[in-house]
Design a protein. Structure first.
Ligand code: 1CP
Length: 355
């Protein structure tokens, strides 16, 4: 695992060091918009069959890198591997979202939960990280990831996807102690999971707090931010993981960037509802920023994609510390050719911006 990185733009930008151009990767870059992904998923039989087989997971992780000049790879897995390893029984019906056979709803369910064994139930994730690192041969860095405790709890208590995750929110109001017990067990699990991914070879770590923005300001601090801060502190206390930059991404939580920047993370993900110039001012040079093209732009014409990509690059300006990305995951109906248009434009205009 001592291979020299051939392309370290992404890691340099995370450290807010100068780069020749702006690095780019795309959330959900390995996914259903790629025909080769759909073919491998067909062979695997199911989403979990794909994620739990390190050879398949490695294959789909590398697929987008074969097509596009992306500056980072992200482990192919899912945030719901932790609740699955806790025994909740995860499945994905074809074309539908996640479902848990055994959601957690009361004190008995929550008291039974334990931190999963990273060399046991979750070993397949670490095996995938090791294999991907080997097969990348230092082309680009590998990002490991987890869901945030809040976002994992949303699915675990609801038992499936939802627009408002009202079941967990109700628990937060009626039984805050119970909600905190669940979130604390999840924070310990996420920290152990990310430390294990770092030991297996991940070179940066990202925490997806997809549903943090569902909370008002005080509940966001109490139920989401506090646990992400706890995880960052645990990573900083680990002799190996402390070297890895951590990216926090709370969707819809633009108003909290300043507080999030104080957790000790290296970077924040920004969704498309905020201008990057405002985001830069909010974090006052403490962290790098990742984002933030509206994913719906990817369905527009190549000319519009190029124009909107340039607008995002201009909004950040000629400063170090920007990793280009979408403001949320790429959607299945996007034409893969449009991703090539985006990646090439970001690199070309990012170079021009620096000259
Ligand atoms: O049928 C399929 O092939 C399923 C589609 C799919 C894919 C491609 C799912 C099910 N998960 C994934 C992979 C995945 N999920 C990655 C891989 C790496 C990458 O290329 O980016 C990552 C990072 C995730 C993370 C994830 N899973 C999040 C956080 C990021 C986000 O997009 O907000 C969330 C919320 C999930 C849950 C999940 N898993 C899958 C789906 C369809 C969902 C969303 C369910 C919902 O809408 O509530």
């Amino acid at each position: 695992m001592t291979d020299v990185l051939k392309n370290d733009r992404f890691l340099r930008a995370l450290r807010r060091e100068p780069t020749d151009t702006t690095p780019i990767w795309v959330m959900r870059q390995a996914g259903r918009y790629l025909p080769e992904y759909r073919a491998t998923r067909e062979r695997a039989g199911s989403f979990m069959g794909l994620a739990q087989n390190p050879e398949y997971a490695c294959e789909v992780t590398l697929q987008p890198l074969e097509r596009f000049e992306l500056d980072a790879a992200i482990l192919f897995s899912d945030i719901l591997t932790i609740p699955d390893a806790m025994g909740l029984g995860l499945s994905f019906a074809h074309g539908e979202g996640p479902q848990f056979a055994r959601p957690v709803r009361n004190a008995a369910d929550i008291t039974k939960l334990a931190v999963p064994d990273m060399d046991g139930e979750l070993r397949y994730v670490m095996d995938a990280v090791r294999l991907i690192r080997q097969e990348l041969h230092g082309r680009v860095p590998l990002i490991g990831f987890s869901g945030s405790p809040w976002t994992l709890a949303c699915y675990m208590v609801e038992g499936a996807g939802s627009r408002d995750f009202a079941t967990l929110k109700t628990m937060c109001w009626n039984e805050p102690k119970l909600a905190h017990q669940l979130l604390d067990t999840l924070a310990q699990s996420v920290a152990a999971y990310l430390i294990a991914q770092a030991a297996a070879g991940a070179q940066a770590l990202m925490i997806f707090d997809t549903w943090g923005g569902l909370l008002g300001p005080a509940p966001f601090r109490e139920f989401s931010l506090r646990y992400m801060a706890q995880i960052v502190a645990a990573l900083k206390a680990d002799t190996h993981a402390r070297e890895l930059p951590v990216i926090l991404f709370s969707k819809g939580a633009g108003q909290h960037l300043a507080e999030m920047a104080d957790t000790g993370c290296a970077a924040l993900g920004v969704d498309w509802t905020m201008n990057l110039a405002d985001a830069r001012r909010a974090v006052a040079g403490k962290v790098a920023l990742q984002g933030n093209l509206d994913p719906a732009v990817m369905r527009a014409s190549p000319e519009v994609i190029r124009r909107e990509a340039r607008a995002v690059l201009d909004s950040y300006g000629n400063h170090p510390g920007h990793m280009f990305n979408l403001g949320h995951g790429i959607t299945p109906e996007v034409d893969p050719e449009h991703v090539k248009v985006l990646v090439d434009e970001v690199h070309a205009y990012g170079r021009a911006l620096r000259s």
